[in-house]
Design a binder for this molecule. Structure first.
Ligand SMILES: Cc1cc2nc3c(=O)[nH]c(=O)nc-3n(C[C@H](O)[C@H](O)[C@H](O)COP(=O)(O)OP(=O)(O)OC[C@H]3O[C@@H](n4cnc5c(N)ncnc54)[C@H](O)[C@@H]3O)c2cc1C
Length: 330
């Protein structure tokens, strides 16, 4: 029987936080593996908004999602982590002293430490509750914007009032012919500055409005919207609908790993440790009082988790890593 190949750190989730954790683990001279159920690295950023401008990551006044992911991958790949894509971790079992077995849909992996950067778990977009929605999905009706160019010259109806809706109004302005946004309330759950920019833009904003129906046979020719206070209806002439209604997320197999949960997140302490020794969490999946789910906070959590994991794996090493400027990159 072949001897077990036990990695130092196995990162579940290759989103931005998992990628940064992989860099940090390499920097700490740990052998690293990343496993992700998606076919590409980058998590939510790659899957949902590769061409959105991200403006709140330190050091970048503005960077496209796909460029941020490319930079993170380049930074992580310096240390040649092993990467398993399209592979979902299903079971987690402690098999020895500082030895954990992960069972995926493709095989088994052994590791001293697990870092869970599984984001919001498995997610699907919340669909528009209209009978015709399925028929138009991908044919004019979209739940995310992957490639801005596909929307060039379009007359777009954006539905929603959260960060995604507001960000996509701002992002699509540069390519769309015209944009109307409908939101069922008059308060937006989005960054104040973005809301202000949207309100000052050429987009037509219809608060207290919802979509009643999407019109068209093979392609979208319009939509009927209504004022939910007065009931008054209006037909808007659009060929594209972008519905940003949030996501339905489930923890999936993670729920059965004996971790203390806080809703759909994993509870961690200030070292980013879960209730189980050798298992850490960071990024959207990690929960503690005052948590803010952002890429920027996830990066700091990843560094904290990996440095504490390094000291857990080898108690002679310190938590503080020294500075990257003092270390030779491989
Ligand atoms: C439309 C939109 C716009 C956003 N804009 C911003 C913004 O401007 N600024 C900002 O800071 N944040 C923004 N966010 C939030 C940001 O994307 C998240 O905070 C960030 O992606 C979290 O990174 P993560 O690495 O923790 O998780 P994720 O990016 O969610 O990555 C987690 C990965 O884990 C994988 N995974 C899950 N379970 C398993 C399993 N069992 N086995 C294997 N793999 C698994 C998933 O496939 C996924 O790839 C936005 C989010 C959305 C939806």
């Amino acid at each position: 029987m072949a001897p077990k190949d036990v990695y130092d750190v196995t990162i579940i989730g290759g989103g931005p936080v998992g990628l940064y954790a992989a860099y940090y683990a390499g920097f700490r001279a740990l052998r690293v593996k990343i496993i992700d159920s998606l076919a590409e690295l980058g998590g939510q950023v790659t899957a949902l908004y590769p061409e959105k401008m991200i403006r709140d990551v330190a050091g970048f006044p503005g960077i496209l999602g796909k460029d941020l992911v490319r930079n993170l991958a380049e930074q992580a790949f310096q240390y040649k982590p092993v990467i398993g894509l399209s592979e979902q971790v299903q079971e987690l079992t402690v098999t020895g002293d500082k030895e954990i077995r992960l069972l995926t849909d493709k095989g088994e992996h052994f590791t001293r430490v697990v870092l869970i950067t599984a984001g919001i778990g498995m997610f699907t977009p919340r669909k528009l509750p209209l009978p015709e929605a399925d028929r138009f999905e991908g044919k004019g009706l979209f739940y995310w914007v992957k490639h801005l160019e596909e929307f060039r010259g379009k007359r777009i109806l954006v539905v929603g009032g959260g960060d995604s809706a507001v960000d996509w109004v701002l992002g699509l302005l540069s390519v769309a012919k015209e944009i109307t946004l409908v939101h069922r309330r008059d308060v937006f759950r989005a960054h104040e500055d973005s809301v202000r920019k949207m309100m000052d833009s050429s987009a037509r904003i219809k608060t207290f409005h919802e979509v009643k129906s999407i019109l068209g046979r093979d392609a979208i020719t319009g939509a009927v919207i209504f004022n939910n206070k007065t009931g008054q209806e209006e037909t808007v002439s659009v060929d594209t609908v972008v519905a940003c209604l949030g996501f339905l997320a489930t923890l999936g197999p993670l729920e059965t790993w004996g971790l203390e949960l806080d809703g759909r997140s994993v509870k961690v302490n200030f070292r980013m440790e879960t209730n189980r020794p050798g298992i850490y969490a960071a990024g959207d999946m990690a929960s503690y009082p005052g948590k803010v789910k952002l890429i920027a906070t996830g990066f700091g959590e990843a560094a904290t988790a990996v440095n504490n994991a390094a000291a857990y794996i080898n108690p002679k090493s310190t938590v503080f890593p020294g500075h990257s400027t003092e270390k030779k990159q491989s």
